[in-house]
Design a protein around this ligand. Structure first.
Ligand SMILES: Nc1nc2c(c(=O)[nH]1)N[C@H]1C(S)=C(S)[C@@H](COP(=O)(O)O)O[C@H]1N2
Ligand SMILES: [Mo]
Length: 318
C-alpha cells in the first residue's frame, strides 16, 4: 500500500514568484563575484543543436486555436520549471541537462490491437509537426505563453490502435533514479503518471510537444516528448514520456495519489473554483509583476467545454 506524505503544499509554492527567484539568483551571482555572463545559458543552446531531430524545426505554425500574446521569453520558460524528478524547486534546468534523450523508446501497451515499442525518431517520421502558441496555467498560479512544436495527440492515439473498450490513455515519465535524484525518494508515487479520457485525448487541442521555441524541446521542459493540454492545470502535462497505455479504468495520477483533496483527475482551469489553500481567480504571467484574470478552461472553452457536458457530476475543476 502506498504511504502518503502530505507534501501537496510543495506544489503550492506561489510565494516564489519568478521575480523573487531571479532576484535571489542575481544576488547569489553577485555574492559569488560573478558577472552577468554567469546568468547566461551555456549548455542549453548546444543541447538543442546536437539533437538528431534539430532539422525538423521550426515547424509551420498552426494559428487555428489562436495566437495569444505576449509570448513568454524563452529564457524564462526554460529556467523556471516544474520537474520534480530533478528537484522540488524551480531552478532544476541545469540538472535536467543530465537527461539522455537518445535512444528513447516509447512503450505502447494495454487495450491496443497489438502492443509495440517505437523510438522517438521513428515516431517523429510518422507525424506531421506543427507549431502552436498556447497558454499554460500552473495550479500554483503562474502562467506563460509559449510556442510548442509537435503533433496532435490524436495522431499518437491513431498510431497506437486502441481497442473499442479503451476509455482512458495513461502516460508515464521515464524512471531513472540515477539521473533523476528525487526518484530515490520512495514516498512519491513514481513514475510521474497522468491520464486523459479518450475523448479528451482525441480533442483537436490536445498536443504532444516535441519542440519549443522552434527547436527540439529543452530537457527541462520534458524532452523528447511531453503532453500539452492547455485548458487544464499544468500538472496534467506529463514530461519525458516513455509509456502510453490504454485502459478501461481511470488511472490514479501522481498528484492525486499524493493529495487527492487538492489535485484531481480532471483538473480543468476555472477561476471560480479555488484551490483549498489559495484562489485561482488570477494568475501571474512569468516575467510580469502584474496579476491578470484567469479564464475558464484557460480561455479554451470554445474547443473543449463540450467534453464536459455529460460529466457535470464529476469534480471537473480540481
Ligand atoms: N514528469 C513530470 N512532468 C511534469 C511535472 C513534473 O514534476 N514531472 N510538473 C508538471 C507541472 S506542475 C507543470 S506546471 C508543468 C511545467 O512545465 P514547464 O516546466 O515546461 O513549464 O509540467 C508538468 N509535468
Ligand atoms: Mo504546475
Amino acid at each position: 500500500m502506498l504511504i502518503k506524505r502530505k507534501r501537496g503544499w510543495e506544489l503550492g509554492e506561489n510565494r516564489a514568484t519568478p521575480e523573487s527567484v531571479f532576484l535571489q539568483r542575481r544576488s547569489l551571482v553577485k555574492a559569488m563575484g560573478l558577472g552577468a555572463a554567469a546568468l547566461a545559458l551555456p549548455a542549453v543552446a548546444s543541447a538543442q543543436d546536437k539533437d538528431p531531430s534539430a532539422a525538423l524545426y521550426p515547424a509551420k505554425r498552426n494559428d487555428k486555436y489562436g495566437v495569444p500574446t505576449p509570448m513568454t521569453a524563452e529564457k524564462l520558460a526554460t529556467t523556471y520549471n516544474n520537474f520534480y524528478e530533478f528537484g522540488t524547486d524551480k531552478s532544476i534546468w541545469r540538472d535536467a541537462q543530465k537527461l539522455e534523450v537518445r535512444p528513447w523508446t516509447i512503450k505502447v501497451s494495454g487495450m491496443v490491437e497489438k502492443p509495440f515499442e517505437i523510438g522517438i525518431d521513428d515516431l517523429l517520421a510518422k507525424v506531421q509537426l506543427e507549431e502552436r502558441v498556447y497558454r499554460h496555467r500552473c495550479v500554483e498560479t503562474w502562467s506563460m505563453i509559449v510556442p510548442w512544436s509537435g503533433f496532435p495527440m490524436r495522431s499518437l492515439v491513431e498510431l497506437c490502435k486502441p481497442t473499442s473498450g479503451a476509455k482512458f490513455v495513461v502516460m508515464k515519465t521515464l524512471s531513472n533514479p540515477k539521473v533523476m535524484p528525487e526518484q530515490r525518494d520512495p514516498l512519491y508515487p513514481w513514475p510521474y503518471t497522468e491520464g486523459l479520457a479518450m475523448d479528451e485525448a482525441m480533442n483537436d487541442l490536445t498536443f504532444i510537444a516535441t519542440g519549443l521555441y522552434g527547436k527540439p524541446i529543452h530537457k527541462q521542459n520534458g524532452a523528447p516528448l511531453r503532453l500539452v493540454a492547455p485548458w487544464k492545470y499544468g500538472f496534467k502535462n506529463v514530461k519525458s514520456i516513455v509509456s502510453v497505455e490504454f485502459s478501461d479504468k481511470r488511472p490514479a495520477t501522481f498528484w492525486e495519489k499524493l493529495q487527492s483533496s487538492e489535485y484531481g483527475f480532471w483538473a480543468n482551469v476555472n477561476p471560480q473554483v479555488p484551490h483549498p489553500r489559495w484562489s485561482q481567480a488570477t494568475e501571474k504571467p512569468l516575467g510580469s509583476s502584474d496579476r491578470i484574470p484567469t479564464l475558464l478552461y484557460n480561455g479554451y472553452g470554445e474547443f473543449v467545454a463540450g467534453l464536459y457536458a455529460d460529466r457535470k457530476a464529476e469534480k471537473l475543476f480540481m
